[in-house]
Write a protein that binds this ligand. Structure first.
Ligand code: GLN
Ligand code: ZN
Length: 758
């Protein structure tokens, strides 16, 4: 008999009750015991739900008070010294201090969990003396058993993954650290075994990335030690997000089960298993239900896959599971009452994925239960959406096929455009501008709410927005900026705003997922062919331009960013989706140009984060990302200046691609990279217009003039002043008016001083 298993459940709850509890606790509105008991209720509810649905192996210890990497560090007493931690079980005040910072100590760094939009807290090993402060998996196991009679499967982040994702040690110290942690892991596992735990899942997603020979040796040592020290405990070594590199070495490790991702790592894993088989003495965790996507699976196809996999192991050695933790999908479709039935029926969030897992497990177990009718019904909902008009727009598909079959290029190369633009725009040396948004004050948000609720007419809201634009156009002129923006007051979010105006998008009411800590996001859903349906930004931009003689820069979100920050359909490739978005945006770019807007910025802050985990796929991704940007922007006149903007600083490995985007001007966030970014430009000559942000917008602090002249000087040692622009790091939407105006005045003053020198 096959079994069903889940690799983790969303923490946030159907009403985001987890988020609310955390935030109330932080605000001092909920005292600790009440908070603890609320979180316990949430935790037990999730276990109960999985048990009621009929999941066989229910995971425990996937729940967290913030993040599972932070939990692992806290369990081992790895707390940075600045938090005055004195040993023992880490108190909540210290735990949240590390996550969020305290008055006296800055928070630990947070970064993306592999290629997901979940962010974990990076453990800092320097100075730590690891000890086992508490056996968290054991506590979770006991709780499930005592409260609900559930025989849980505790999960732990594996030692190799934990260390690889930590910082504060040198490469030479890696094995020292491994030797420090191994005894602690052994103690955890031993106590679990003594308690009678049957299966422990150890997550080693790091094995889907390139490993060195040393790393393979380390894996052999880690799992060899576990097998020797804790015999009798069943370990499921779990991989996800891609196919396992070094498949042969991985499946040969002395563990009882190997979990593989047959959704996001399908091609690689199926090839490995077909060519190399699977060890007869191990259990195969077959991750066939997408833990990251929101679509119902075609269960017929999944059953075929499971049948093939069952050929490599006996049915009692097959576990039907999600491809990864369900942390990455919203909680339930049940709340989505406003979506079209065709779309809604084809969605599966965490709760619905439980049903899919149970059904598939029954189907593959062939124990006499007839589930064919249910399977057929599930397949029909997927097929119905597949055949819907929204997914079969011949007009769009044909045009996009034609456009993307050619290499999109502007009519003249940058050097010639540069001269034409210089003559047309007559900008001073080192032109100043901003990234697009100005403060979204409580008033702006209030106005939008009133209008959305119908309490304000469109006319009322429109005139409010125009007043804001007026005010900020005047302010920008007074400050002395050269290229102005309208301020993005009409936008809630840079992706949602466009999604609401394009065909092929839908918005859920409650499709929240955890991004970091208590912060949740509700990504739009791209369910159909994307199409332009009418002008999106022309009205406001044109209005802003009518109020000033200086150039106003139009402001759009780029195709790759819209795609990477949405849930996308899985029946066509991401590349195709990007081209459809690019074609839609091209029509907006052309409309802006027609309306007399001669500078247009197409923001692409999210290109870097979509980079595939497999090195061999990265170049391909970057190539079609660049192509998408160019599809969107290549049809304008030579004198029309295309800008782009990117956040974050890890660009050293991407400079060629950025250059290939062929934007006349790019602005990049710089301050938080501690000069690393400028350094990378020392090694690569960048030949197009560029603005390296001269001040950090993430803090309300007003930087003084000398600080910014310092940044400018430093950049101009490397970059050509004729190509250099002066701007803040990013949009100013989260800042207040006063500090924004003060900072920008200083920026303009710093620019004047710099101009005098060049
Ligand atoms: N134009 C956007 C803004 O200024 C860019 C935001 C971003 O880079 N994330 O808000
Ligand atoms: Zn930015």
């Amino acid at each position: 008999m096959a079994k069903s298993s889940v690799l983790g459940y969303p923490r946030i709850g159907a009403d985001r009750e987890w988020k609310k509890a955390l935030e109330a606790f932080w605000a001092g509105k909920l005292e600790e015991t009440a908070f603890q008991s609320q979180l316990q209720d949430i935790r037990l509810n999730h276990l109960r739900k999985q048990s009621e649905k009929g999941i066989d192996l229910i995971q425990v210890n996937d729940f967290s008070y913030y993040d599972h990497m932070l939990d692992t560090a806290a369990m081992f007493g790895i707390i940075p010294q600045r938090f005055a931690y004195t040993g023992g079980v880490v108190p909540l005040s210290v735990y949240y201090g590390v996550a969020r910072g305290t008055k006296g100590a800055t928070a630990s760094e947070m970064t993306k969990w592999f290629n997901t939009n979940y962010h974990y807290i990076v453990p800092e090993l320097n100075g730590a003396s690891p000890v086992l402060t508490e056996n968290k998996p054991l506590a979770a196991y006991r709780e499930a058993k005592e409260k609900l009679g559930i025989e849980g499967k505790p999960v732990l982040v594996g030692p190799l993954t934990f260390l690889k994702l930590s910082k504060g040690y040198s490469a030479a110290e890696f094995d020292v650290w491994l030797d420090r942690l191994l005894p602690l892991y052994i103690q955890v596992l031993r106590e679990l075994a003594e308690e009678g735990v049957q299966w422990v899942q150890i997550d080693e997603p790091i094995v889907v990335t390139k490993l060195s020979g040393d790393d393979i040796t380390r894996l052999q040592k880690i799992y060899g030690t576990f097998a020797a020290e804790v015999p009798g405990l069943n370990i499921m070594l779990q991989t996800y997000f891609e196919s396992a590199e070094h498949y042969g070495d991985i499946v040969a490790l002395p563990v009882q089960g190997i979990g593989l991702d047959f959704v996001h790592g399908f091609a690689g894993n199926i090839k490995s298993i077909r060519e190399q088989g699977f060890p007869q003495d191990k259990v195969l965790g077959a991750g066939v239900i997408d833990g990251r996507g929101i679509w119902k699976a075609h269960l017929g196809d999944k059953l075929t896959l499971l049948k093939e996999l069952a050929g490599y192991v006996t049915p009692d050695r097959l576990i039907v599971q999600s491809s990864c933790s369900l942390l990455h999908v919203p909680v339930t479709v049940e709340r989505e009452t406003k979506l079209d039935a065709e779309l809604r029926n084809a969605l599966a969030f965490a709760e619905e994925k439980l049903d899919e897992l149970v059904l598939l497990t029954k189907a593959i177990s062939s124990d006499g239960v007839d589930v064919s009718a249910e399977l057929a019904k599930a397949n029909r909902t997927v097929e119905t959406l597949q055949q819907s008009e929204a997914r079969n727009r011949q007009d769009i598909q044909q045009t996009v096929a034609v456009i993307s079959s050619k290499q999109p290029v502007r009519s003249r190369p940058f050097s010639e455009r540069y001269e034409a633009q210089k003559a047309k725009w007559q900008l001073p040396l080192l032109p100043t501008t901003t990234i697009g948004s100005f403060p979204q004050t409580a008033e702006v948000r209030k106005a939008r709410q009133l209008w959305r609720k119908g309490e304000w007419t469109g006319e009322q809201y429109g005139s409010f927005i125009r007043e804001e634009i007026d005010r900020w156009i005047k302010l920008q002129e007074e400050i002395g900026l050269d290229v102005l923006v309208h301020g993005e007051f009409e936008r809630t979010d840079m992706v949602e705003f466009f999604g609401e105006k394009l065909a092929g998008f839908a918005f859920t009411q409650n499709g929240w997922v955890q991004s970091y800590g208590s912060r949740c996001v509700k990504p739009p859903v791209i369910f159909g062919d994307v199409a332009f349906t009418g002008e999106m930004t022309v009205e406001e931009t044109k209005y802003a331009q009518s109020r000033t003689n200086r150039p106003v820069k139009g402001m759009l979100t780029g195709p790759i960013t819209i795609m990477n920050w949405s849930f996308v359909r899985d029946d066509i490739s991401r590349e195709q989706i990007a081209y459809q978005l690019a074609y839609a945006l091209r029509q907006e770019v052309e409309a802006l140009e027609q309306a007399g807007i001669g500078m247009i910025q197409v923001d692409e802050p999210a290109v870097r984060e979509g980079l595939p985990l497999k090195e061999e796929e990265q170049a391909g991704y970057l190539a079609w990302s660049v192509k998408s940007f160019r599809i969107a922007t290549c049809t304008v006149q030579d004198t029309t200046q295309i800008h782009t903007h990117m956040c974050y600083c890890e660009f050293h490995d991407m400079i060629d691609s950025i250059e290939a985007m062929d934007a006349d001007v790019i602005s990049i966030e710089t301050s938080r990279s501690h000069g690393e970014l400028i350094h990378s430009f020392e090694l690569n000559t960048y030949k197009l217009g560029i603005g390296l942000g001269v001040y950090d917008i993430h803090s309300p602090r007003v930087p003084d003039v000398t600080e910014m002249t310092g940044m400018i000087d430093r950049a101009l040692r490397v970059l050509d002043p004729k190509l250099f622009w002066i701007n803040p790091d990013c949009g100013l939407k989260t800042r207040g008016q006063e500090e924004t105006v003060a900072s920008l005045r200083n920026m303009v003053e710093a620019t004047k001083q710099a101009r005098a020198q060049y």
